[in-house]
Design a protein around this ligand. Sequence first.
Ligand SMILES: *[C@@H]1O[C@H](CO)[C@@H](O)[C@H](O)[C@H]1NC(C)=O
Ligand SMILES: *[C@@H]1O[C@H](CO)[C@@H](O)[C@H](O)[C@H]1NC(C)=O
Ligand SMILES: *[C@@H]1O[C@H](CO)[C@@H](O)[C@H](O)[C@H]1NC(C)=O
Ligand SMILES: *[C@@H]1O[C@H](CO)[C@@H](O)[C@H](O)[C@H]1NC(C)=O
Ligand SMILES: *[C@@H]1O[C@H](CO)[C@@H](O)[C@H](O)[C@H]1NC(C)=O
Ligand SMILES: *[C@@H]1O[C@H](CO)[C@@H](O)[C@H](O)[C@H]1NC(C)=O
Ligand SMILES: *[C@@H]1O[C@H](CO)[C@@H](O)[C@H](O)[C@H]1NC(C)=O
Ligand SMILES: *[C@@H]1O[C@H](CO)[C@@H](O)[C@H](O)[C@H]1NC(C)=O
Ligand SMILES: *[C@@H]1O[C@H](CO)[C@@H](O)[C@H](O)[C@H]1NC(C)=O
Ligand SMILES: *[C@@H]1O[C@H](CO)[C@@H](O)[C@H](O)[C@H]1NC(C)=O
Ligand SMILES: *[C@@H]1O[C@H](CO)[C@@H](O)[C@H](O)[C@H]1NC(C)=O
Length: 868
Amino acid sequence: MRMQKSLCLFLIMYIPILLNAQTKKDESLLLGCGLGDNGGKDSDGRQWNPDNKYLSGGNSITSKASFQDPSLLSEIPYMSARVFTSESTYKFPILPNKRYWLRLHFYPSVYNNLNPSDSYFSVTANGVALLNNFSSSITCQALSQAYLDREYSLAPLNSNVLNLTFKPSDKHNGAFAFINGIQLIQMPDLLLDSPSLVGYDDQTMDAKNLHFQTMFRLNVGGQFISPVQDSGLSRTWYDDTPYLYGASTGITNQAAKDVKIDYQTMPQYIAPHDVYSTSRSMGNNKDVNMGYNLTWMFQVDPNSMYLTRLHFCDYFYSKVNEIVFNVFVNNQTAQTGADVIGWTGSKGVPTYKDYVIYVQDQAGDDQLWLALHPSPDSKPEYYDAILNGVEIFKLNDTDLSGPNPQPSDMMIEHDNQEKTFQNKKNGHNKSFVIGGAAGGAAGFAIVAAICVAVHHRKKRAPGSYTNTTSSWLPLYGNSHTTGTKSTGSGKSTMGSGANLAMAQGLCRYFSLQEMKQATKNFDESNVIGVGGFGKVYKGVIDNGVKVAIKRSNPQSEQGVNEFQTEIEMLSKLRHKHLVSLIGFCEEDEEMCLVYDYMAHGTMREHLYKGNKPIDTLSWKQRLEICIGAARGLHYLHTGAKYTIIHRDVKTTNILLDENFVAKVSDFGLSKTGPNMNQGHVSTVVKGSFGYLDPEYFRRQQLTEKSDVYSFGVVLFEALCSRPALNPSLQKEQVSLADWALLNKRKGKLEDIIDPNLKGKINPESLNKFADTAEKCLSDHGLDRPSMNDLLWNLEFALNLQENPDGSTHKNTSHLNESEFEEVNLSHNNEMAAHYKNLSLGSEHDLSHHDSTENSAAIFSQIVNPKGR
Ligand SMILES: *[C@@H]1O[C@H](CO)[C@@H](O)[C@H](O)[C@H]1NC(C)=O
Ligand SMILES: *[C@@H]1O[C@H](CO)[C@@H](O)[C@H](O)[C@H]1NC(C)=O
Ligand SMILES: *[C@@H]1O[C@H](CO)[C@@H](O)[C@H](O)[C@H]1NC(C)=O
Ligand SMILES: *[C@@H]1O[C@H](CO)[C@@H](O)[C@H](O)[C@H]1NC(C)=O
Ligand SMILES: *[C@@H]1O[C@H](CO)[C@@H](O)[C@H](O)[C@H]1NC(C)=O
Ligand SMILES: *[C@@H]1O[C@H](CO)[C@@H](O)[C@H](O)[C@H]1NC(C)=O
Ligand SMILES: *[C@@H]1O[C@H](CO)[C@@H](O)[C@H](O)[C@H]1NC(C)=O
Ligand SMILES: *[C@@H]1O[C@H](CO)[C@@H](O)[C@H](O)[C@H]1NC(C)=O
Ligand SMILES: *[C@@H]1O[C@H](CO)[C@@H](O)[C@H](O)[C@H]1NC(C)=O
Ligand SMILES: *[C@@H]1O[C@H](CO)[C@@H](O)[C@H](O)[C@H]1NC(C)=O
Ligand SMILES: *[C@@H]1O[C@H](CO)[C@@H](O)[C@H](O)[C@H]1NC(C)=O
């Protein structure tokens, strides 16, 4: 009855609109732009409806995307679009006094032969500028993502209609606008109290009439939360690790199963249970905690107001004054004496605090820092700090738009190469490669791209010795820098890790003079690659030992951190099948890393050039290389007591020495990675396009089986001698993983193997190999073999090739332990023991986030063998 009545009222109020727009009574609109009459469901099962009913005026067409990027989580709404060639407006019925979520989804692809790089447009909502001169393809490219989701919270508009206007830019010839999906959802009031203004004592701010753009939304110390797992507002929450700054990143905690999150009077929609049941804290060593700030850094647009919302819930301590800390936002005190139990009254009760700050224009580096530090003034029982969630919103009353990010030169160059190559190859100009790669699930951190652009150039994978094949993508969104600032223990700028490594004789120090001698004063003729850090030179030391010398770009500040990370990581992990670091040099602001020289470059360059197979490796050699690489990975996964996940297994990261012994490279970067200032691009997906584990995409949970998946692609690459991804081919052939599986299942694998191998592979060996590779590509990590099983199978395949007459198979897979150069990790175990005392009913935290100087940096990304 009641419902009927309100519906009736509703009808009266909105008749004019309802005539051409059959609004649902819950007033939430999910529109798949350009979808047919029946709409469709996304991968979460949500129904998206067609958009045409709401459209008024302007010229628009509907179109399907020309190419489905594998990183798209769902075909709907991204694969269909509405394309506008002139100003056009959607009219949505709204309630005049309510706040609304507006979410816009963009997937830059070729629509109707229109190149997305020609798309520049503005979007306004009742006069409020949301986007201006917006290029989704530039933004995606800079972020290394395939698609973008933007979220706005519109203050009450005092109107019954929301005019959402798309206008192609008149500054660019042939500019057009497009949109793939629109969500409009009436939202409850999230601003229950007025936020306090940082830097102005006791002043609050009235943000009720301001429009918001969501910049970041993080489940601190926890995992990705998808819209359907949110507490009713279909928000996406990302992992916070990419935004952590500094070497000390605290530890993560998870509420024990029996702890109930008690919302009391706080509405549950403020944040879901999963946000409050995980947290990050500093660790339980008072001295360590007093010596650092638990810090996150966010890239934002300058000259803007930002609301930072912090979510807290303590489910471990239960008394007032047990943990008291201060909160700093942009180095200003936002909160003194934060005491979560003091605020909430008891454990398991969540709360949140809002702080508003104005970020000024500071010559390029526009950052918002958030830092927590124990508050000794309060004399708390424990010197610690805790945080469960963060949301950062940009606020404005009229204009939320920001500039397009600037993709780095290297990305542009790569794109051009990719494009010219395609043009030459197939003479078809239609297919457009998004950045040549795609990150996938995007954050809101659009502006993060700016920092990528700035710092990107400095970053390239270690050991990428060729100009065209290296892994330069900024996909390692993590941030575990090893700076000495926060730990205060290192003397040299290279950090304590380097000192330690040297003290332990794991690493050698070179003078600059030695470096110059080795490279003929860094002569250009010795350049064998250009890396993100700078150039990689071939060199000779000690009268004849060949080395690869990576020289940091002298202007690069970030280089310091990256170098430290790499020294620490590489000097600790030694294995025949991992590329090894010989030493480093630091003098006169010059920094160099010295590696073993890999005479034969990357595995990839021995398989194909461009898209053409090259006949240099026999089947046996290929098997041996695969086995070597598998051993290296096996060591990473199991050899170091803790699982280290490589995250970027691919044929350009497998290097070959003069005897074609395979060595895995790049693991330093992908673990402790480039620091905060650069890499925090995609909060979720790290790795390379074409090799990415689909399960990792779906669930955002990284396990060593993600490496196994990528390795499966490597195996097929070795067999077929073609790139993991070749966008110039027909759709079903673009992805090697898909194409190989399809053929394998049809029993037609022979059709696609490298012609140079035809007739040269023993059929049983081929079968064993292909079965193994297929298993690696299983959808579910659980169905994939472990690296050890894999190794066994590959060796079996090698055996079958060498002894085709069925001679007895020797089980060779028992790993020869003496092959490992064991590294003393007991220091780390001590750390683990410390944290055991603090671990809140959850084991998995232990090794994940050590927080003191040396081991922290090294093991910060190492996860417990049991996985998460
Ligand atoms: C929406 O657009 C129509 C014209 O298309 C205009 O008459 C109306 O005032 C606009 N509404 C708002 C709130 O801007
Ligand atoms: C809103 O945006 C405009 C244009 O970018 C800017 O000049 C103004 O300072 C912003 N206002 C606030 C409150 O941030
Ligand atoms: C905050 O302090 C850090 C160093 O402690 C500095 O690098 C950074 O630029 C400062 N940020 C702002 C916004 O002042
Ligand atoms: C923590 O951050 C605050 C604000 O930027 C700064 O004043 C303080 O020195 C920092 N403390 C440490 C130990 O880095
Ligand atoms: C629009 O954006 C592009 C790319 O960021 C930039 O080159 C151009 O100058 C911008 N145009 C205007 C009018 O702001
Ligand atoms: C591809 O583009 C180039 C220049 O951009 C043009 O010369 C060529 O004709 C195009 N080829 C096709 C098949 O459209
Ligand atoms: C790498 O690039 C540099 C300059 O761009 C070039 O001189 C050099 O020959 C290239 N090296 C290889 C191996 O292609
Ligand atoms: C070989 O060893 C592996 C692991 O050690 C074991 O799983 C496998 O069953 C063995 N195979 C044979 C044929 O003995
Ligand atoms: C293990 O490897 C070492 C060196 O690679 C070799 O000398 C030794 O004989 C091997 N042991 C076994 C049991 O295979
Ligand atoms: C490892 O280090 C601990 C303490 O640092 C030391 O007692 C132990 O002997 C070392 N073990 C090895 C094998 O070097
Ligand atoms: C952990 O706690 C136990 C008892 O509470 C204590 O005996 C032990 O020393 C602590 N370990 C560390 C490493 O702090």
